[in-house]
Design a protein around this ligand. Sequence first.
Ligand code: SF4
Length: 494
Amino acid sequence: MAILTHVAGRRGLGGRETRMLGRQARWQEDLFVAGPLRDLIPDDHILKRVDRILDLSWLRDEVRDCYDARQGRPGIDPEAAVRLMLAGLFHGITKDRQLLREAQVNLAIRWFAGYRLHEQLPDHSSLTRIRQRWGAARFKQIFCKSVAACGRAGLVDGQTVHLDASLIRADVSWESLTERHVERVLADNAAEPDGPPAPKRPGRPRTAAAQGKKSSPTDPDATLTTSCKQYRMEPCYKQHTAVDDRAGVIVDVAVTTGEASEGLELPRQLARVEAQTGVPVQTVTADGAYAHGRNYEHLEQRGTTAVIPPQTEARTARRIPARRFKYDARHPCVRCPAGKVLHRSTRNRQGWVYRARAGDCRACPLRTRCIAPSAAARVIVIGDGYESLLRARRQRRRWGHTEHTLYSRHRWRAEGVHGEAKTQHGLRRAARRGLWNVAIQVYLTAAVMNLKRLAAFCRARRVTSGHQGDAVLSGEASAFGMHAWSPRPLRLAA
Ligand code: SF4
């Protein structure tokens, strides 16, 4: 009988292993916790892995001039504050109150920031004060150091860069949106209370501002824009990102108001990337929003290969398209399909305006297909870098395997970075208001993503080299503030 009970205790009737009903004593609490907090956190936890490669000891000197050396209450330790912010972003927490509430119960965050179990955490308002005191430039330093650390580990190539932009929804409500026109009129009235009102120009207002575009007084830096014509306009900021091709490290990031054109940012982005990596960019990939003639011209002058698909020409119903007009850069003029010459007249933001003679168009047999019945003559705008744009259009038809592969890599490298920032690190919506505040959020998010890549790389290298302990730190790397492995050749996909 005893033998039968023993066997039934291990294997039930259905062949499954059986268990007795367990009990956990919940009424007894430990008075003391023996052993370091570090031992309670799993080795593969992201904060533990990042802690091995992160050294913010340089930060104290960096922010020293923001504090009074002789008087005042001691503030929160700079490294602890930044570690708290980074830990929050690793968990997708962007709000300070929520972060401090989570840190109260989350051992990993508490340990990562350097607080003991019984230690009082700072108030959430301390983090706000620190952001105001330091400004965006010091947080940018943290991002730049993360790029430098990735570079020393061999994760940054610097020769092929993917550019992209993404919208960040501003932290304002729909109810706060008001017409800009109202604000302007109120400002005019306040400036000249007794003066006559300015004369109004007849006709429809031409600019978006004059048409009464909305903005939010609670966050005036955010502007209404949309990423797609089918979506409604939202108050947004725009993040401009450059991602290195080798391992997806973010090598440059900048924030502008939502309606800023990403195409105009390209020259500045490339200059910043080269200053950061110290390597001339040889190939740039970007989507159609960067396909401006002046960008192609700029890249041609630099000798950089552009893998940017030119946008197809906008077609106007039953109108002779602009591509049928031949541009003569030497003279400079444009020749129409009827052989008449359009002369240069004025300049707008895109480039030079070329205008046909009214007499030529009036007598032209192609008139009905060329201009609207109410127009006197045809007008063509030749944008800056038009010839480079034409060359890019011809080049696009000759794209081979390399260009198509690079452009498909652009999709998952650059657009994937934005997707990751939004879904995993809370960058879908700005946590705070003002351009500088959003910039801080973007810099820290980009630093967190770079640290993730560096930590994953160091872990993979440690596993492949069979080293099970903590990272052996390179002295040269630690001089820059973040520890990294001494460089070895990488075997990443080309
Ligand atoms: S309508 Fe004017 S611009 Fe157009 S084809 Fe005739 S002459 Fe040329």
